[in-house]
Design a protein around this ligand. Structure first.
Ligand SMILES: NC(=O)c1ccc[n+]([C@@H]2O[C@H](COP(=O)([O-])OP(=O)(O)OC[C@H]3O[C@@H](n4cnc5c(N)ncnc54)[C@H](OP(=O)(O)O)[C@@H]3O)[C@@H](O)[C@H]2O)c1
Length: 248
């Protein structure tokens, strides 16, 4: 077998990039010719959507469980990790993908709106990592992939809350790598430019622009999951090939 099957916990699996990652990895698996597939712990708030996706994976030949969770709730996060470990005995890969964005001038943000963006985009990846890492340390292997954004590398007008959360996630990821690298755990942050999803509400101009497809990000994740055990790609900045705006 070329690649090992992995148990993958992914947040934000109900739609957009998260769903595309599950569809690509679930169908391609590490070795579909020999009917060897990855296993998945899928989470998001939309129970029906993740259950339907889990069913699709289970029909393909892989194994998947769907555990609904609001990532603003620490107890619910802890429950996802515990149920995942109870079912599969290990988590090889954690993909922190769930995220939200609201965009307006700084003085127009309420305290609650600003905090919610930081909670979903930064505190939730910390909490999932906190609860998953002890089992990875025990196994002396694992991989954590954080889906950040080019907004984690560049500020922009109306982006105070979103950029703060994604710059924070990039800094968190860099320090996390130092914390866990001695245990054989790989840590990567992916910073995509605009992706064609319903993220942040549908904006006609945005949809017309050159954008990445959700499967482009999934393809990058697939590469990372099959990366050599002796390597660790730290950061990937993934741009739409033709987009005119140079930073996004
Ligand atoms: N689209 C872009 O242009 C773009 C570019 C760069 C980076 N990103 C990043 O990529 C990631 C995925 O974005 P996307 O484009 O796929 O957006 P999306 O289509 O809006 O999907 C967001 C996902 O996050 C989940 N989520 C949001 N709030 C949640 C909460 N409180 N609890 C649990 N799950 C929650 C949603 O699930 P439920 O609603 O079912 O809970 C959904 O599965 C985000 O981190 C985003 O910042 C996106």
């Amino acid at each position: 077998m070329k690649f090992q099957p992995k148990t993958i916990l992914i947040t934000g699996a109900s739609k957009g990039i998260g769903r595309a990652i599950v569809e690509r990895l679930g169908i391609n698996g590490p070795d579909p010719e020999n009917k060897i597939y990855h296993s998945f712990i899928l989470t998001a708030r939309s129970k029906d959507k993740i259950q339907e996706l889990a069913q699709k994976i289970n029909q393909t030949g892989g194994k998947a469980i769907a555990i609904p969770c609001d990532v603003k709730n620490e107890k619910e996060i802890q429950n996802v990790v515990e149920e995942g470990l109870k079912t599969f005995g290990k988590i090889d890969v954690l993909i922190n993908n769930a995220g939200i964005g609201k965009f307006k001038r700084v003085d127009e943000f309420t305290y609650e709106e600003f905090i919610e963006i930081i909670q979903v985009n930064l505190i939730a990846p910390f909490l999932f990592t906190k609860y998953v890492v002890p089992s990875m340390i025990k196994n002396k292997s694992g991989q954590i992939i954080n889906i950040s954004s080019v907004a984690g590398l560049n500020g922009f007008k109306t982006g105070t809350a979103y950029s703060a959360s994604k710059f924070g996630l990039n800094g968190f990821t860099e320090s996390l790598r130092e914390d866990v690298k001695d245990y054989g755990i790989a840590v990567t942050v992916i910073c995509p430019g605009g992706v064609r999803t319903g993220f942040g509400g549908s904006d006609e101009n945005r949809i017309k622009d050159f954008l990445l497809e959700p499967d482009d990000v999934a393809h990058t994740v697939e590469y990372l999951i099959h990366e050599s055990e002796t390597a660790n790609t730290k950061l990937i900045e993934l741009k739409p090939r033709k987009r005119k705006e140079f930073r996004i």
